[in-house]
Design a protein around this ligand. Structure first.
Ligand code: ZN
Length: 214
């Protein structure tokens, strides 16, 4: 494990993946986290890094809560994608990884249960490169505790910014545009947009203590 945290923030305001940090090749035995609001290019950065990775034993995981674009691929909002194995909890990840797996890719890490930080640490301690992409804040502006814990143990942390849909400044928050009906909070661009802190406001609905947000 890499002991120190290499925090890089803020990154460029555009959602394009830069050519350093998360996208560079890293030694095995490290957890790398890319986080930020929706539409900040997290999955794009992940896919870009994957294309640079020379290891052939790569396991890409997708939570079964995330069925917005495809059930069997991790996809960017632009439609770019990689085939993935679907799991329903953090423990499933350990069951899917084998001795030969060198790189473990976890998209939408905020969908997972509280065991995910320990799973990431276990895999890194086994010498695997663990790459996680996740939201850092929910639509009410609260941190996902699972992601905060991964941030603590990650050797590399990259914070992505999008562009505020209201004013054009760097966006750090995810703004809900539509009412929440029957606690269904997963959605796409029809429901959410990136906003800066000044333009963002939380939903009128009471906070739903759930990680079911993409
Ligand atoms: Zn703004």
């Amino acid at each position: 494990m890499t002991a120190s945290s290499d925090t890089i923030e803020p990154v460029n305001p555009s959602p394009q993946p830069p050519a350093d940090a998360f996208t560079a090749s890293h030694p095995p035995g490290v957890v790398e986290l890319v986080c930020g609001c929706m539409f900040s290019g997290k999955t794009t950065a992940l896919l870009h890094a994957l294309r640079q990775e020379s290891a052939d034993n790569i396991l890409i995981l997708k939570h079964d809560k995330d069925d917005r674009y495809s059930r069997s691929k991790i996809m960017t909002h632009d439609g770019d994608g990689f085939d993935a194995v679907t799991v329903s909890c953090a423990q499933d990840i350990l069951d899917r990884v084998c001795h030969e797996t060198k790189v473990v890719v976890i998209d939408e890490g905020h969908f997972y249960d509280e065991a995910l930080p320990q799973v990431c640490k276990t895999l890194a301690d086994q010498g695997k490169r663990v790459m996680v992409a996740a939201l850092d804040l929910d639509m009410w502006g609260f941190q996902f505790s699972v992601i905060e814990q991964i941030r603590e143990l990650a050797g590399v942390v990259r914070v992505q910014r999008s562009i505020c849909a209201a004013c054009g400044k760097p966006a750090t928050h995810t703004h809900r545009k539509t009412p929440i009906i029957q606690n269904q909070i997963v959605g796409g661009s029809e429901d959410f947009e990136p906003r800066c802190r000044d333009c963002w406001s939380p939903p009128r609905e009471a906070h739903i203590d759930s990680n079911e947000m993409g």
